[in-house]
Design a protein around this ligand. Structure first.
Ligand code: ATP
Ligand code: MG
Length: 230
């Protein structure tokens, strides 16, 4: 029942806590239009990652409503939500299985040809080709064979292959080398062209490309507005 194409997003009076004693998100209200990019900045512990976790329904809200494409996310099934909303976090979760399954999350509709095209664009082909059996290579859960930059590219590729309509990117603050950084940046730019984007930004380069900026502090929205106005 979600509309096609990029999805808008609305938080209405959202309150959330992991433990009832300590509020983590307090009365969060904002909206972004389909296709817009929102950058979220704020100190460590201000609630940025928590905001993305509740959007993916990894936790239930204490109160309030989150709407994606006009629909309350609690009225969607998780598969319906995850088909349209993707998240890239700092650490990529690998599971026991082939490299192919780790990239496609078992979606049989994603052909090797599509994987090839996508990894060529994102700069991950070289790493895949260096694996003993290419896409058939068996990966282990928690696999440490990826460098930090490669893990990010891997996570981005995985999200690309699901063709999300809304994507949340929780950027690492760690420093990557200049070549990986610019490869990641152009991958992010490509991904964002096709969908609505929320970027938890640590890098100045990404902040230049967002439409709106939210400043979070202690679980509250301190500022929200067009990038030029802040
Ligand atoms: P950073 O910039 O360091 O990534 P952040 O803005 O993403 O910080 P969150 O991870 O959202 O911050 O954390 C917000 C608050 O929630 C912090 O006080 C943190 O200690 C707490 N918190 C985060 N995850 C959990 C959890 N799984 N259980 C309990 N408390 C948590
Ligand atoms: Mg975080």
């Amino acid at each position: 029942q979600l509309p096609e194409g990029p999805l808008g997003l609305e938080f209405k009076q959202v309150n959330f806590s992991y433990n009832e004693d300590k509020p983590v998100l307090q009365n969060i209200n904002f909206a972004i239009k389909p296709g817009e990019r929102l950058g979220i900045i704020g100190r460590t512990g201000s609630g940025k990652s928590s905001l993305s976790r509740v959007l993916l329904r990894l936790y239930n809200l204490d109160s309030g409503t989150i709407r994606v494409g006009g629909t309350d996310i609690s009225d969607l099934t998780l598969p319906a939500l995850y088909r349209r909303v993707g998240m890239v976090t700092q650490d990529v979760q690998l599971f026991d299985g082939t490299l192919r399954d780790n990239l496609t999350l078992f979606n049989q509709d994603v052909s090797d040809q599509i994987i090839k095209e996508t990894t060529d664009r994102l700069g991950l082909s070289h790493w895949i080709e260096s694996q003993p059996a290419g896409l058939d290579t068996h990966l282990k859960a928690g696999g440490s064979s990826l460098s930090a930059g490669e893990a990010q590219l891997f996570a981005l590729t995985r999200v690309f292959l699901t063709e999300p309509s809304l994507v949340i990117l929780d950027e690492p603050s760690s420093r990557l080398d200049a070549a990986t950084e610019s490869m990641l940046q152009s991958a992010i730019d490509q991904l964002m062209k096709q969908c609505t984007g929320i970027i938890i930004a640590h890098r100045l380069a990404t902040l230049e490309k967002v439409d709106q900026i939210m400043v979070l502090g202690d679980g509250k929205v301190l500022e929200f507005g067009a990038r030029e106005e802040l």
